[in-house]
Design a protein around this ligand. Structure first.
Ligand code: AAT
Length: 285
């Protein structure tokens, strides 16, 4: 039998490939093409429209970094809104905090949730086990347009890239409503693309300019994500009051005793120290 490879094009002349042991499932929904695969090195993984979303091997990096940075700055967070994140990994990490009262998760495509429940229990477990989590199958932009002022302490935008259904989540309108929905100590974390390849860096700059215009504090932090283009990925940290480093509550966070495989409070500070070309790219927007 011939070898089967999953390949993702990063640039016209650059591809990333993983040898597939089995192509488990494929479905075209009204929103996107969903595929699940098995592989030896990355375990099970799923793609949307041919782009890598989650692998069993490195999902902990992304999901720890999208949640714990904000929680170590404001451990008082109680009300959380997740936009996207249909695989459940972000919900799983945030629900580790006993102090969280309610999580609204707004996912445009119910099929992502249902298929992850079936194929990716590593991330989808909280969908069955935690009644603090409420699912809404709706476009994130529509949801924030109608939600009430001051209804969340933390918003986590765990979205696809700004092409296809994720496009509206990278607009001024979306960030404006996030600002309105957050309390006066609110924090917004968003999937902020990669600085490395040109098309990703263009999106990184565009979203930073918009977030900077919507929040008094707008920073960017980095992490290492082996299965995303270039492996160098960013989240945005925007806030009304808290600075991610000056207001970091290391002792308080450490006293919670949460074991994390990637995140720690020293790395938290280092993650905001960006390479010169990334800093320059973000300053000139
Ligand atoms: N946890 C990491 C996985 C993702 S998946 C992002 C999710 O966002 C998908 O399930 C997709 O259906 C959902 N989504 C896309 N657009 C919208 C929208 N407008 N409203 C609500 N949900 C949406 C993130 C991967 C990051 C990839 C980086 N290359």
């Amino acid at each position: 039998m011939r070898d089967l490879w999953y390949s993702e094009k990063y640039e016209e002349d650059v591809k990333f490939s993983v040898k597939v042991t089995q192509h488990l499932y494929s479905e075209k929904t009204p929103f996107q093409q969903i595929d699940f695969f098995d592989s030896k090195t990355f375990g099970r993984f799923f793609t949307l429209d041919g782009f890598m979303m989650v692998t069993e091997k490195d999902e902990f990096i992304y999901h720890e970094m999208i949640t714990h940075v904000a929680m170590a700055v404001n451990p008082e967070v109680k009300r959380v809104l997740i936009i996207g994140g249909g695989d459940g990994g972000t919900a799983r990490e945030i629900l580790r905090y006993k102090t969280i009262k309610k999580v609204d998760l707004v996912e445009i495509d119910e099929r992502v949730v249902r298929l992850c429940q079936q194929y990716l229990p590593l991330t989808a477990a909280p969908f069955d086990h935690d009644n603090r989590l409420v699912l809404h199958f709706q476009d994130g932009l529509d949801f924030v347009q109608t939600a009430k002022n001051n209804s969340y302490d933390l918003i986590l935008v765990d979205s696809t890239d700004p092409i296809g259904p994720g496009e509206g989540l990278f607009t001024y309108d979306f960030y404006h409503h996030c600002e309105r929905l957050l309390s006066n100590v609110g924090i917004l974390i968003n999937q902020h693309e990669s600085p490395y390849y040109e098309s990703d860096a263009y999106e990184m700059k565009r979203s930073h300019a918009k977030i900077k215009a919507s929040f008094p504090i707008a920073k960017v932090y980095q992490f290492h994500m082996p299965t995303y283009p270039s492996g160098h990925w960013l989240f945005g940290f925007a806030s009304k009051k808290y600075d991610p480093i000056k207001d970091l509550k290391s002792d308080k966070w450490e006293s919670l005793g949460l074991y994390t495989k990637y995140y720690n409070t020293k790395l938290h500070q280092g993650a905001f120290m960006l390479p010169t070309y990334v800093k320059e790219g973000l300053e000139n927007v």
